[in-house]
Design a protein around this ligand. Structure first.
Ligand code: F6R
Length: 614
């Protein structure tokens, strides 16, 4: 959470920082601030969005300078207000710092600094860190880089930082542990970002800092990379990025979320590229080919993840048990990491994550690794920490997902998980050849089928009009559609703030049925095959109690159509594929309801895109 930016070079820095922060707002958006230097430092901070910060810069003079740092915040220590916003400044006023992460031992450091006479304005751990750096710099009479190095040696926690010292304005010092940090290399200029989006339009040459690394960026001397634990100098590895700037623009859509929903046919094509070439060629996932022995001898597979990615894991449980006949468990990473889970030799742990930075998932990975599990990661963000911490894995290649509510990343996760299950099942001989062929044939054309589902968006928008005043929603599904019911409910609550719960349809009569009356909308996923007739009975039970039914049905359905208040059809397909399709109308329904209610769809309150704190 939180986004940091920085620039040092010869261009006017103000626009670079402000535009960069806007690109990073998905990481946190409860307050923002920047520091620019031109003979003296100008610092402005504001509660709210980057646009609120911009409105403070009414004077042209304040926008001057070609070095600066900035921050967009997701509050951890202290409420989101102007004082707790970054950059934080040391007591002398010389050093300013932006920080993404948490300093866990800030209390003890703060008490030492208080005894030395330091004063603190804010409630933050970051203000403690900047004063610790100042204290070390002044007492040891050393340069900023060395002072940051000694300070970080004392710190317990996670950080991506950019630090500026007005007594040496040719330099910015950065460091990383746990939180991401990228440095863009231009011609005699350097950009800093929590991800490369702030500088993609200027340079594609990028260094991703690894944990325990710091970079001293000096306009005259260039960039020096150090390993903090070993205190050694490293050769920086400069990557040539392949991202397109269009990926991080809205491309004519009102919101990133809507754009990302409509991108799904292309995203799934990208997920399948080189892996599912045609219905008649074998699936090729190189990390599975290479490590097939591990899957062959696996006694158990454990999926670990959070939120939407956890829902992908839940669906994977259905896919993997059915097609591989290997026992599967699905765990919330946040619970798993604090239990003392039994992990046996031969267990495969599969973390699933869009961002590849989720703190709980990362901690669970580290624990599983220590206990000897084989870690096979599924991530979207290339080069992310989770991708690097796992033994091997596969990228979803969904492209940049900027909307805070995950849409295309989830569709790519579940499509990839099905592809993996088919591939491993075929190799193990646990799936019938005819079934394998039938599903592959449909999977190969899934982008076209999704286009058809998306073409119903106007109808879904019309349906949404009926529910803008709803206070609660239920989502029901069975079998493969149960995880989709959970995901549909999560999507609605996070962006529209309408309370929504997902249930296995048969569980309704064990409690939630008490909630049903005329004011309760119930989304029922009732696609053909699977448990269709059982779902019809559930729909009758709802109808008898006056609930309003929105049914997701297969084309040509007649039975549920007669009972439901609103019907959304999806193409007929194999039951393994149906969840991938059924999820799309639920995303659209949430989007239209939230948008019509005037909610901030891309940046829902209290949320952040990548949750790098516990
Ligand atoms: C919901 C959502 C979150 C994430 C969760 C895990 O729309 O986006 O629930 O799925 O925070 O994040 P990743 O997948 O990045 O590990």
């Amino acid at each position: 959470m939180c986004g940091i930016v920085g620039y040092i070079g010869n261009k006017p820095v103000y626009d670079i920082l402000i535009n960069g922060l806007k690109k990073l707002e998905y990481r946190g958006y409860d307050s923002a601030g920047i520091m620019l230097y031109d003979k003296t430092s100008v610092i402005k901070k504001s509660k709210g969005k980057v646009a609120d910060l911009e409105s403070l810069f009414t004077n042209k003079e304040d926008k001057k300078g070609s070095v600066g740092i900035g921050h967009t915040r997701w509050a951890t220590h202290g409420p989101p207000n102007q004082i707790n916003s970054h950059p934080h400044v040391s007591n002398s006023g010389e050093i300013s710092l932006v920080h993404n992460g948490i300093i866990e031992n800030y209390h003890s450091i703060k008490s030492v600094l208080l005894k030395k006479g330091y004063v603190f304005e804010s409630d933050t751990d970051s203000e403690v860190l900047v004063n610790l750096i100042e204290d070390i710099k002044k007492s040891k009479k050393i340069k900023l880089g060395k002072a940051v190095y000694y300070a970080l040696k004392q710190v317990v926690g996670a950080y991506a930082i950019a630090v500026f010292d007005s007594t040496n304005p040719n330099e910015i010092v950065t460091a990383k542990l746990g939180s991401p940090l990228a440095i863009g290399i231009g011609k005699s200029e350097y950009y800093i970002g929590s991800d490369p989006s702030p500088f993609l339009e200027f340079t594609k040459r990028c260094i991703y800092l690894n944990d325990h690394e710091m970079a001293i960026i000096n306009l005259k001397k260039g960039l020096t990379l150090r390993e903090i634990k070993e205190d050694s100098i490293l050769d920086p590895f400069i990557e040539e990025l392949e991202h397109d700037i269009e990926e991080v623009e809205k491309g004519g859509y009102d919101h990133f979320m809507l754009k990302e929903i409509f991108e799904q046919p292309q995203s799934i094509k990208d997920t399948f590229r080189g892996r599912l070439i045609s219905a008649s060629t074998p699936i090729k996932i190189s990390s599975i080919e290479k490590h097939f022995d591990k899957f062959k001898s696996a006694k158990r597979i454990i999926f670990i993840s959070c939120g939407t990615s956890w829902h992908a894991g839940l669906l994977a449980e259905y896919y993997f048990e059915e097609l591989l006949r290997i026992p599967v468990e699905v765990e919330y990473a946040s619970e798993f990491r604090y239990r003392n889970p039994i992990i046996n030799k031969g267990d495969i742990v599969i973390p699933i994550s869009q961002s590849g930075e989720t703190a709980d998932t990362l901690a669970a990975i580290k624990m599983a690794k220590e206990k000897g599990a084989f870690l096979y990661g599924i991530c979207n963000v290339v080069g992310s920490t989770i991708a690097r911490e796992t033994h091997t894995g596969v990228y979803t290649h969904a492209g940049s997902e900027i909307g805070v509510a995950s849409t295309k990343a989830f569709s790519c996760q579940i499509s990839l998980l099905l592809l993996m299950a088919l591939d491993i099942g075929k190799r193990l001989g646990t799936i019938e050849e005819s079934r394998y062929k039938r599903v592959i044939k449909e999977l190969a054309i899934i982008p076209q089928i999704l286009e058809k589902v998306l073409s119903k968006s106007k109808h879904i928008e019309n349906v949404s009009e009926n529910f803008l005043d709803a206070a609660n929603f239920l989502y029901l599904g069975r079998g493969y559609q149960f995880p989709i019911a959970l995901e549909g409910a999560l999507k609605l609550k996070e962006i529209s703030y309408i309370h929504a719960e997902g249930y296995p349809a048969a569980e309704m009569k064990h409690g939630p049925i008490a909630l049903i009356d005329e004011s309760m909308p119930i989304v029922v996923i009732a696609t053909k095959k699977g448990h269709y007739h059982k779902i019809v009975s559930n729909v009758l039970e709802i109808k008898a109690r006056g609930g309003q039914i929105i049914a997701i049905v297969s084309e040509g359905d007649t039975e549920i159509k007669k009972l439901a208040d609103h019907v959304i059809e999806i193409p007929n397909c194999d039951e393994l594929i149906a969840p991938i399709l059924a999820n799309i109308p639920l995303q659209l329904l949430s989007y239209y309801i939230a948008n019509k209610k005037g909610c901030n769809v891309d940046q829902p309150r209290n949320l952040a895109k990548s949750v790098t704190v516990e």
